[in-house]
Every structure is written in C-alpha cells, then in structure tokens.
Ligand binder design. Structure first.
Ligand code: ADP
Ligand code: MG
Length: 334
C-alpha cells in the first residue's frame, strides 16, 4: 500500500519554484530519503506534507485520504527537525509525555507509552534526567521518542543528524535504520549527505531545483546514475566528454566512471576485450588509509581520479608513483 502520494505538487515563492510539479509515491513501511543540495526544495516538500505550507498546485494523499486542505493536526504525520525543541526545565520522560498530555491522554497510558518510546530509542534508563545531562546524540533520540510516542503512520525527518559530529552521526544512522525497521513506521528522511542517504534508505529521490532527477535504490543510484548531476552528487565520479564509438555513433556525450572501477597498471593487459583503455601520467598520489587515490593526467587532456583499496594484492605498487606512465582500463559496462 501507499503511505504518501504527491500529485503534480508545486510550491512557488514569488519567482522561486521551490517544488515544481512533483509526482511521488512512498510505500508503507519504507525508509525513503530525499537527497539534494541546499535549496533544492526538500524541506518545502516535508512542510507541504506536514501541512505547514499550502501548495500552489497539486494534491497530497496520506494512504487513500486526500489531506491537501487539512490542517497539520488532522494529518497522521509527525516531524523531527534538526533544531529539535526539547523543554530544558522538564525531565526526559516529561518531554516525551508532553504531546500526549496536550491530547489529554490519561496519566497511566501516557506514562506507559512514553516509557515504551524511550525504550525504543535505547533511553529506558534516562527518563529521570534533565536534557542538559544528555549528550547531543541522546538529546536527538529524545526528540525522536517525542515523535514516536504519537504512533504516527508517517515520520518526517528533516536533517535530524545534521548537528551531530561525524562519528556519532554514523552510529545514529545505523541505529535510526534499526529503529525504523522495529517500529515499522514509514520514514521520510531529508538529507544533503549522500553517504547518509545511501546507508539508510530503501529508496532515494535525488532533488535538484524542486524536481526529482532520479528515484532509485541506493545501488541503482550509485551504479547507474541517470544524469550528470546525479553522477556528480552521489559519490565521486570522473566525467569525460567525447564522442560515443558505439551505441549512438557520432553523438557527443558525457561519460561517468567511478574511481574504484578503474584499474591502473604499468602495461596494458594482453586481452582488452570489453575494456576501455586510456594512457597517462600519475600527477598525484593521496594515501587515505583504507584506500589510495591517484590523479592521472590522460595523454589527450582530461584528468581522472583512480582509487583502489589498500589490500596487499590489489595493485602493482610500482605504478603508484608521481610522474609514472600508466595504463588505465575499465569495463565498458561500468
Ligand atoms: P532545501 O531544504 O532543499 O535546502 P528549501 O525547501 O528550504 O530547500 O528551499 C527551496 C527554495 O525555496 C529555496 O530557493 C528557498 O530559498 C526557497 N524558500 C523556501 N522557503 C521559503 C519562504 N518561506 N519564502 C521564500 N522562499 C523560500
Ligand atoms: Mg532544508
């Protein structure tokens, strides 16, 4: 079944088309991410779904229900923002209970559900603490518990991990995905961080200027980017322009090849069937711990980045030197 359907959804602010005729279906129980650079319209889509903005055109459905003209409180969604508002003068448990108190849920039921929500975000022992006695990651989990306690059908998360440092963000990414699987709620997760989107999502919509450039699984997105924009925004890729020798003969185009798909050696392999071959000179070698990146200037001009993991068998170390002449090969289908 479908959790959210957007049909021809647009939001204009004067001349700016923040959201531009969007069509989108998010499935029930899906971890769905909206990925894109700053200003591409991600937050506006969330605000439209939550009912904080009125669309210029189009419809919003939650399940089978058209909620386009319904106020926020009549929509079965909750939102978690980056700058999550936690009340500093209340305990963690009181913070989580707060929404239920507003809804006049009875005390015993309130307490039970708040404790459940805290257990879900692995904070069962922290109910009595004050927010200022928690770390950043724990405070973010309180914000999540505050949303989960309402048991919404859909949870909207707008860059919720943006304020955390890298180490903690990585831990929370794994945990958030585990929590989502556990509670089975549809998550719509907004981020500008491609690694974050690839790590957690069932599917990702890549946004650019209020439109979706590509909607795909993380693997598809990385292996088969549909446009130059996606190839550049998701992961690193070398983009070379030229004329296609096959398929569309004579037509100019852009080719994208991932750094780790390129093999670098001193000599061309004996059999180059199915391979693309390019020659050049190593200009830079950058050791990155788990991998090494080399920048190679091709004989016919462009520069490409080649990357390989630092396992002891993966590459002929002799070629990994500046000013070394090398042969690069990669599979045509890559
Ligand atoms: P993102 O979340 O992807 O960074 P936003 O949805 O916040 O993008 O913004 C999309 C575009 O809409 C931007 O150009 C932004 O400046 C504009 N915008 C968003 N909200 C408003 C507003 N309330 N008034 C005017 N312009 C806005
Ligand atoms: Mg935003």
């Amino acid at each position: 079944a479908t959790a959210i359907s957007l049909r021809g959804l647009s939001k204009h602010f004067d001349q700016v088309r923040a959201v531009d005729e969007l069509d989108l279906d998010v499935a029930d129980g899906e971890f769905f991410s909206m990925l894109g650079p700053s200003g591409s319209g991600k937050t506006t889509v969330l605000r439209l779904v939550a009912g904080f903005e009125e669309p210029t055109a189009g419809r919003i459905l939650l399940g089978d229900e058209d909620v386009t003209s319904k106020p926020p409180f009549a929509r079965d969604v909750n939102t978690v923002f980056q700058d999550y508002a936690i009340f500093p003068h209340m305990s963690v448990l009181q913070n989580v209970e707060y929404g239920l108190r507003v809804k006049k849920v009875g005390k015993a039921e309130r307490r039970k559900r708040a404790e459940e929500a805290l257990a879900t975000v692995r904070l069962a022992e922290y109910g009595g603490r004050r927010p200022n006695q928690l770390s950043g990651g724990q405070r973010q989990r309180v914000a999540l518990a505050r949303a989960l306690v309402n048991r919404p059908k859909v949870l909207l998360l707008d860059e919720p991990l943006g304020a955390l440092d890298l180490q903690l963000r990585r831990e929370m990414q794994i945990e958030l995905k585990a929590i989502q699987r556990e509670v089975g709620i549809t998550f719509v997760f907004v981020t500008h961080d491609q690694e974050e989107a690839l790590t957690m999502s069932d599917r990702v919509a890549v946004f650019n200027e209020g439109r979706i450039e590509q909607l795909a699984t993380p693997v598809e997105l990385y292996e088969r980017p549909a446009s130059s924009f996606v190839a550049g925004f998701v992961g690193t890729s070398n983009q070379l322009s030229g004329a296609a020798a096959r398929a569309v003969v004579g037509e100019d185009g852009t080719f994208a090849i991932r750094p780790e798909k390129i093999r670098m050696s001193a000599e061309a392999p004996a059999d180059t069937t199915g391979l693309c071959v390019a020659r050049g000179v190593v200009r830079e070698v950058v050791y990155l711990g788990s991998s090494t990146s080399s920048v190679v200037e091709l004989d016919d001009g462009p520069t490409v980045t080649v990357s390989h993991p630092n396992t002891d068998t993966s590459i002929d170390a002799a070629v990994e030197r500046r000013d070394q002449r090398v042969v690069l090969t990669w599979r045509r289908d890559h």
